[in-house]
Design a protein around this ligand. Sequence first.
Ligand code: EPU
Length: 376
Amino acid sequence: MKESRMTRLSDLTTLRIGGEIATYVEAASEEEIITAVQQADDDGAPLLVLGGGSNVVASDERFEGVVVRDVRTGMTDMNPNEEGSCCGGAALNVVAGQPWDDVVQLAIAEEWMGIEALSGIPGSTGATPIQNVGAYGQEVAETLSSIRVWDRLERRPRLIALFEMQLGYRDSMMKRTLHSAEAGGGRIWGPTGRYVVLDVNFSFRLASLSAPIRYAELARTLDVAVGERVPSSEVRKAVLQLRRGKGMVLDAADHDTWSAGSFFTNPILSEKAAAALPADAPRYEVRDHTAVRQIGGQAPVVPGLVKTSAAWLIDHAGFTKGFGMPGPAALSTKHVLALTNRGEATASDIRALADQVQKGVADAFGVELVPEPVYL
Ligand code: EPU
């Protein structure tokens, strides 16, 4: 276990903002993580467990708590040996600290289907179930099977099955422990929730072809119709190309990628609220991705709800690409949904920009944007 008192949150987050850390622990084993978490909980100190640091908006003030970075890696194929049957699919166990994109690359190489559209997403695997990471028509809800966590309330390891996770659009029971005392077993947790993810189990269908393409923009890039399947490696290539075009692939030299990805979730509105938006505002179906469990299976539509586009609302409220330039905090020049650090931004600069955008969208459209990253 490496402990240091010199690290700053700006060194650990993709927005590259944030102040000093009172206690910083780099945990290289499960025992070290649990020890650090228990110590923080015993001391009543705020706890932040970090993977890739891509979903955190830090503060400039010193973090008077414990930051634990999970630096463990490991991906274990849980399938029977060659004589055994694996026709039911593939099972993979991934240690929480493992960078997510390594899992995608392994799955494509092994011809395991279902996460190819989730290529190029920054962050660690342990973070993916918490907000049910999704992009380009896929969500991890479709391939997760269970997670093993440290339960900070009961102070023991626990296995959480897929159905207990209550996954929704960028949401889970685990994430709700950050703001709901009911989900948290009587108290509100944070900045890390009640459950510290130790490892994640996936189950995949076997196929070299991708799952059916569900996202129109991706289908256009691949030059296929929505619903068609293409080799997963081609999906990866196309997704990486799209993500790069939007500044959503980390690149130290490109300030458009000094961000926390999409800063706001896409608002989910009642049909009545959606009807009040301008006629040309995007309106998407809301789908339940936990119900995708068969080849060709499509997530069923959730009735009564309409998803609109945070990016569209921001753009049409007058915050166009590059708003805030030359900085220090500005909207990405490639995609208005990314708030970016142009090099010298402080946490207050990013927060002020986020507040301004939120207020502008509320004034223009009466919609309250919800930040996706965790605020410290
Ligand atoms: N748009 C604008 N201005 C812009 C960009 C987009 O008006 O600068 C409008 C366009 O009308 C466009 C619509 O917004 O059609 C949607 O944009 P896009 O297809 O880029 O998707 P998104 O809704 O902004 C979501 C996810 C991304 C995911 C992409 C692709 C959320 C909050 N964001 O973005 O996820 O990669 O779809 O599936 O759900 C993330 O969550 O961090 C993330 C990157």
